[in-house]
Design a protein around this ligand. Structure first.
Ligand code: HGY
Ligand code: MN
Ligand code: MN
Length: 437
């Protein structure tokens, strides 16, 4: 068994956790009393600077691409070699945890720092990507910068579809990019050639309770759940709270309330089969003051399941229920699709290598599990074979400042990923050997 040891001593994970903790506060967060690190905000820019320095210390060259993704490169034994990519996202949800996304970047950095310290090189380069916008926490669209690298931006989100999207301060994607000298149309230049990327590997906190419940530090992901998101806009009739008779009201908020409970009922009716979940995460009323009957409401729907069939059956039931409620209440309803992600299976060959790496480190067969959470890996799977490693997090809590990990678990993850790279190198050399024979 490969203990969580490297030639230069025990990998503890302490430094990785400490780095995530430092990055969880100003100036790496846009808000003082909570972590919020939206794409292209001041916190994001400061974070790119800090991680760039750590990457250089680990013997990497550093660049930012045309979508403001941060990319560190640790050269292989030959120049311009294709790369094994590690990565995860630098952005956070509002009032999020310090490890969602960031831990994947910082853990990979520890792996490369270990190789650099030992002067270890491989027949391929190793790159670490810090994606700018996985959460979609600033603009109502997700994984724009991941799609740029994967070369699917135009296919998924034509520029016209996202350039004018704006954040809560009314700043558009185009304006936010202009502040860092970039443009929406120019983001396509971040596209990676398929032959320059051998595989994509993402380490991420589990954001669920399974590993902790089974007393395991690590898990290997078999696939990522399918996901759809909608924005629902309701238009009723604003009125005076004191004079508008109840029988005459077209109250957008009471209609929305009935809709939210219908969405929950349909999600619960799925009986946790195939991982069906349905969430209304955000709801805004207009004008939102005490003595006015709400005229307008905007809310979001996030529905996920292991298969498209389960997800879409539930989504069809939800949309039918919303239309029925709107009709009955005399409310105009707008249904705006915001995301449609198929389930994303992990590459079997990479999964097998990751399972071997985890077993070599932990001494027991790896726990394989599906990810209900979305990840950059879903989009990167359209560019290269992908694999994910899960790291236990306390009580499965995530998207919450109480998110927590154990440094020892992170140390095991660094050792497992180090082992994975060596196994991948053996596999790569054999494949190359077969090709050249
Ligand atoms: O929503 C998700 O699953 C991810 O955290 N963006
Ligand atoms: Mn997240
Ligand atoms: Mn994440």
């Amino acid at each position: 068994m490969v203990k969580a040891m490297t030639e230069s001593g025990t990998v503890t994970g302490e430094r990785a956790v400490a780095r995530c903790d430092v990055l969880g506060k100003p100036p790496f967060s846009d808000e003082n009393d909570l972590l919020f690190r939206p794409w292209l905000g001041p916190g994001f820019i400061a974070t790119v600077e800090a991680i760039s320095n750590w990457m250089r210390q680990a013997g990497m060259t550093v660049r930012q691409d045309a979508a403001a993704n941060l990319i560190g490169r640790y050269e292989g034994s030959t120049p311009d070699a294709p790369a094994l990519l590690f990565g995860s996202h630098l952005d956070s949800v509002r009032d999020g945890g310090r490890y969602d996304g960031m831990l994947g970047v910082i853990t990979a950095l520890e792996v490369v720092a270990g190789f650099h310290e030992r002067g270890e090189r491989f027949p391929f380069a190793i790159e670490i990507v810090g994606f700018g916008d996985e959460e979609g926490s600033r603009f109502p669209i997700t994984m724009l910068t991941t799609r740029s690298i994967a070369g699917v931006l135009e296919e998924d989100d034509p520029v016209a579809a996202f350039a004018e999207l704006h954040d809560v301060d009314g700043i558009t994607v185009e304006q936010a990019l202009a502040r860092v000298g970039l443009t929406p149309r120019g983001m396509a230049a971040a596209k990676r050639r398929k032959d320059s990327v051998l595989a994509y590997v993402e380490a991420h906190i589990e954001q669920g309770p399974v590993l902790e419940a089974e007393g395991r530090a690590l898990g290997v992901v078999s696939g990522i759940a399918a996901q759809r998101r909608f924005e629902i806009r309701l238009h009723g009739m604003a009125g005076h709270a004191g004079t508008m008779a109840m029988s005459l009201r077209r109250d957008a908020l009471t209609a929305a309330s009935e809709m939210v409970l219908a969405i929950e009922r349909i999600g619960v009716a799925g009986g946790d089969r195939d991982g069906l979940v349905a969430t209304v995460g955000s709801l805004r009323t207009w004008p939102g003051v005490t003595n006015v009957v709400p005229g307008d409401v905007t809310f979001t729907i996030d529905a996920r399941a292991g298969t498209i069939a389960t997800r879409d059956r539930a989504m069809n039931d939800i949309l039918a229920a919303l239309k029925d409620i709107a009709e009955r209440r005399g409310i105009e309803i707008e249904i705006i699709p915001r995301e449609d992600l198929d389930p994303s299976p992990c590459d079997p060959r990479l999964m097998a290598l990751m399972e071997t790496a985890v077993q070599d480190v932990t001494g027991e067969p790896a726990r394989v599990l599906v990810s209900g959470a979305g990840h950059d890996a879903m989009i990167m799977a359209r560019l290269a074979p992908m694999s994910m490693l899960f790291i236990r997090c306390e009580k499965g809590i995530s998207h919450n400042p109480a998110e927590a990990v154990l440094p020892a678990d992170v140390g095991e993850a660094v050792t497992a990923l180090t082992r994975f790279v060596r196994l991948f190198a053996d596999d790569y050399s054999q494949t190359q050997g077969r090709h050249s024979a």
